[in-house]
Design a protein around this ligand. Structure first.
Ligand code: 6PG
Length: 242
């Protein structure tokens, strides 16, 4: 595994632009570009940028296949849905074929069935090879979680499944998430982290002692791929790197 690259951007807007440029560059070198999107609020700027010129006009949307790293167990039109956010800000605004979009069926009240269905979708898509995303976009919470791999939750130790349901006590809610091993097969993993509230966790994740049960973002270490941290100056506030 290559050492993680850390790029500190001036602010959230510069962070989004750096991410958009990497997205565009990475897609241009792939015949078929498979990407697992992150959720939450940070990627909203990135998606909005990609949905407009110059990116919307230069990106070959037909060859991009969209998946998600995780989803809240809500309907796809729910305000908390990661799919809804991506659809509203990007997917509804660019000519990506509907068949290229692989939403997590997280509205299924049977969370295990939802995770198995999504795992099957991914497995079939990449068959006969094992799943290997060209790009996995990740965010990081102020508690050091990523995707829906939250501190001290059962999904952290699953190594034999592509996606699993994960109960998150702090929200009293269920999520569906890719497992760390699947993320770690990716060719490129890019964390987007913005805001001073993330600074303490980012210091612990990158520079602190190894404790992935408490800081699940430390689980992310691509075995044969690149890990990049795109962070803004606020989020970098407690890093000692010069
Ligand atoms: C989710 C995300 C989650 C997110 C972090 C950061 O479903 O919420 O996948 O892992 O990336 O919580 O969220 P913000 O970007 O909103 O800070």
């Amino acid at each position: 595994m290559a050492a993680p690259g850390i790029e500190v951007c001036r602010d959230a807007d510069h962070l989004a632009r750096a991410a958009a440029e990497r997205f565009s560059d990475l897609h241009s070198i792939a015949d078929r570009f498979t990407v697992a999107l992150s959720g939450g609020s940070t990627p909203r700027r990135l998606f909005t940028l990609l949905a407009g010129p110059p990116f919307s006009e230069s990106i070959d949307w037909e060859k991009i296949y969209f998946f998600w790293g995780d989803e809240r167990c809500v309907p796809p039109d729910h305000p908390d849905s990661n799919y809804r956010m991506a659809s509203e800000t990007l997917l509804s605004k660019v000519p990506v074929p509907e068949r290229n979009i692989h939403r997590i069926p997280a509205e299924d009240p049977d969370h295990q069935r939802a995770a198995e269905s999504y795992s099957e979708t991914i497995s079939r898509f990449f068959a006969p090879s094992p799943p290997r995303f060209d790009l996995v976009l990740l965010g990081m919470g102020a508690d050091g979680h990523t995707a829906s791999l939250f501190p001290d939750t059962t999904a952290l130790t699953v190594t034999d499944r592509i996606a699993v349901p994960n109960y998150v006590p702090k929200f009293d809610a269920w999520r569906i998430t890719l497992t760390a091993p699947v993320i770690n097969t990716a060719k490129q993993v890019i964390f987007l982290v913005s805001g001073a509230d993330k600074a303490p966790a980012l210091h612990e994740v990158i520079e602190g002692h190894h404790d992935p049960r408490m800081y699940p973002s430390q689980l992310i270490a691509p075995s044969d791929g690149n890990l990049t941290w795109l962070i803004d100056q606020d989020a970098a506030g407690q890093l000692t790197l010069k």
